[in-house]
Design a protein around this ligand. Sequence first.
Ligand code: HEM
Length: 188
Amino acid sequence: MAKSGESEDTQDIFSELLYEIFTSPLNLFLLAVCAILVYKIFRPSDGSGAASGPVEPPVPKMKRQDMTLEQLRQYDGTGEHSRVCVGVNGKIFDVTRGKKFYGPGGPYAAFAGHDATRALATFSVNDVKDGYDDLSDLSSMQMDSVREWEMQFTEKYDYVGKLLKPGEQPTEYSDEEDAKDNKTKKDE
Ligand code: HEM
């Protein structure tokens, strides 16, 4: 007896939940946004391969270099460079391996060739500025989340160099430093 009461309760909660979702325009909108993002991430990039298969041959590692925002802009995956780079918390990462996310048509294409820090902090994909962003208005919680994102990018992608502030001079990296970095990455 108690069992059937419990299952009726569960059914009631379930129908209430469905009612809540499908009668609120905001919930419907959020559901649609989720569905579109999930679709964009998991669909095959074209007819040529499955979503999980490699789309392009891996590109060689980039030479260690600092970049201005203008230089970073060249690496949005659309121009002469098919490479994609993204700035996160003052660091530039080569995210070409994640082209399905950041390449043209990808869900995070707005980050390509740009400083993505603010967008990651506010969790809003299009919150990407064209000019230099000193991030001084971000809260400490937002900065914490930026540091977490930075760690994720460090684990998954190659570090290219610093994103230069206006007027900042690039560091001259020696070939030995570059080789040392490669070795450290391989040993990890
Ligand atoms: C409804 C909202 C969202 C859904 C359903 C969603 C879903 C996903 C999924 C499924 C992945 C792939 C995880 C993997 O395979 O490793 C992913 C990765 C990611 N998402 Fe989202 N996401 C959403 C919103 C956002 C927003 C608002 C941002 C940032 C502003 C964001 C930034 C990222 C980043 C940077 C990655 C990592 C891609 C990489 O590995 O390089 N996502 N997301």
